[in-house]
Ligand binder design. Structure first.
Ligand code: ZN
Length: 214
C-alpha cells in the first residue's frame, strides 16, 4: 500500500448496496471523499453518503484544518453516494463554492446554494479538471499535475483487488465512458485514486491495461 500522499487525503466511508442492485446479494463497499489542502484552505472532492460530515470533520481535524477552511467542494458527478452529504457540508461550510460538471448540475441537490459549472481544463485550486463523461454526462476527473496524481471518480473502481469499469447498471453512456477511459489511460501518472476501492500498488499500470482492453 503506497503511503498517504501529502497533496490529497482520502476519507473512506462505508457503502452498503442492497440485494438486487449488483447481484442477488447485498454488496459492502466504500466510497471516498478527498481533502486537498491548498495555500489558503482546503478543497473537498465529493461529499459522500448521508452522515459523512462526522468523518469529514474528523479528517479535517487530522490535517490541522476545520470546516471554516473549506473553500471549495468539487463534485466528480451527481450520483447519490458522492453528493448526499452536500447539505450537511454546506451547513458546516456555508461559504464554500460548489462545483460540478455542467451536464450534472441539474441532478445536484444543493438546497438552493449555487453550483458552478466546471469545464474541461479548468483549474480549481491545485486541481485541473478533465471532462470524463459517460458514467454520468457531466462526470469529471481531477488531476493534481504537481503530484502527477489523478482522482478518477467513478470512471473505474476497485472491486476486491481488481480494477474494473464502473458497473454498467450505474453508467449512463458506456461508449462515452470508454472514450474517457482511453483519455485517462493515455496520461503519464504517478498515482491514481478511485472513488470506490483502495489505492492499488500498480494502479497506473492497471488503468492503462484496462483502457487498452475494451
Ligand atoms: Zn457513480
Amino acid at each position: 500500500m503506497p503511503n498517504s500522499p501529502a497533496s490529497v487525503f482520502p476519507v473512506v466511508l462505508d457503502l452498503q448496496m442492497p440485494a438486487g442492485i449488483l447481484g442477488p446479494d447485498p454488496v459492502t463497499s466504500n466510497v471516498h471523499c478527498f481533502l486537498v489542502p491548498h495555500e489558503s484552505g482546503v478543497l473537498l472532492v465529493d461529499t459522500g453518503t448521508p452522515g459523512s460530515d462526522t468523518a469529514l470533520a474528523a479528517a479535517l481535524t487530522q490535517i490541522g484544518a476545520s470546516w471554516s477552511d473549506v473553500t471549495d467542494v468539487v463534485l466528480t458527478h451527481a450520483h447519490f453516494d458522492h453528493t448526499a452529504g452536500l447539505a450537511a457540508v454546506l451547513a458546516a461550510a456555508p461559504a464554500a463554492r460548489v462545483w460540478a460538471g455542467a451536464e450534472d448540475i441539474p441532478a445536484v441537490d444543493a438546497g438552493g446554494h449555487a453550483v458552478l459549472a466546471l469545464k474541461d481544463g479548468d483549474h480549481i485550486r491545485t486541481l485541473t479538471v478533465l471532462a470524463t463523461p459517460g458514467h454520468t454526462p457531466g462526470h469529471v476527473s481531477l488531476l493534481d499535475e504537481a503530484a502527477s496524481l489523478l482522482l478518477v471518480g467513478d470512471l473505474v473502481g476497485v472491486m476486491g483487488e481488481t480494477l474494473s469499469r464502473a458497473p454498467g447498471v450505474f453508467t449512463a453512456h458506456a461508449a462515452a465512458a470508454e472514450e474517457s477511459l482511453h483519455r485517462v489511460g493515455a496520461l503519464e501518472l504517478s498515482r491514481v485514486l478511485f472513488s470506490h476501492g483502495a489505492e492499488l500498488a500498480d494502479g497506473t499500470v492497471a488503468l492503462k491495461a484496462l483502457a487498452d482492453h475494451p
